[in-house]
Design a protein around this ligand. Structure first.
Ligand SMILES: [Zn+2]
Length: 230
């Protein structure tokens, strides 16, 4: 292990960069000559892997979001059934609604709690999403006569102004520029739903219900069911 001095900067400046090099110069020399790094190759490898997994998760959520909206008419036909079945109602659907605002940044449809080295992630669920879409705040009439649902919104918590986009499950068209509702209305309802899910999880003693199901499975099961009924 060789110690390489950077000749492009004066040694004075190098030693004065206390925040970039919080350790003393003597300690730096001793550490480097013993081959110890502040950020080890193992740490760097872990960081890269976490970054790749996060990218893959993001891609997966984008695909799920498209799948959900492509099959929204099917999902809406089975709304009551989904709400009544915890296996369907508890499916993660946090990727379905996007929003953000001045001062508040992107809205959160997913909350993470860390306990003793483990993470608990509370996501907006399919059931809660369907309930949100049933409120006046999160639905709008489409020209075709079918109810469209809000899928993104932005605005300001200070002025309360908002602009939202909706999606019609029937004509599969986006409706832009919905401005007749308050930004706080969106945020308040969303926050209430996430609080309800968190409370339910905590009240259950964080014991799993063993009813895990994916969006892909639910959509396939609903399609098979309709096929069998024909
Ligand atoms: Zn329509």
């Amino acid at each position: 292990m060789a110690i390489i001095f950077d000749d492009s900067k004066s040694m004075d400046a190098y030693l004065r960069k206390s925040d970039a090099h919080p350790e003393s110069f003597l300690s730096l020399c001793r550490r480097q000559s013993s081959g110890l790094q502040l950020v080890s190759d193992d740490m760097e490898q872990d960081r890269k892997e976490q970054e790749e997994m996060a990218k893959l998760r993001e891609k997966s959520f984008e695909r799920k979001c498209k799948l959900l909206y492509d099959n929204l008419e099917l999902v809406m036909r089975h709304r009551e059934e989904i709400l009544a079945n915890p296996r369907y109602a508890n499916i993660d659907a946090h990727y379905a609604i996007k929003g953000g605002g001045c001062y508040v940044g992107p809205i959160s449809t997913s909350m993470r709690y860390d306990f003793a080295g483990s993470s608990l992630i509370i996501n907006l669920s399919m059931g809660s999403l369907l309930e949100l879409w049933n409120t006046d705040q999160f639905k709008v009439e489409c020209g075709c006569g079918v109810t469209a649902v809000i899928r993104s919104f932005s605005g300001s918590p200070l002025s309360g102004v908002s602009v939202a986009s909706a999606y019609c499950p029937h004509c599969k068209k986006a409706i832009h520029g919905i401005r007749n509702r308050s930004f706080g209305g969106y945020m308040g309802l969303l926050r209430t739903k996430l609080d309800e899910i968190t409370e339910k999880a905590v009240n259950s003693g964080l014991r799993g219900d063993g009813l895990a199901c994916s969006l892909e499975t639910m959509i396939n099961e609903l399609k098979l069911k309709e096929f069998a009924e024909v």
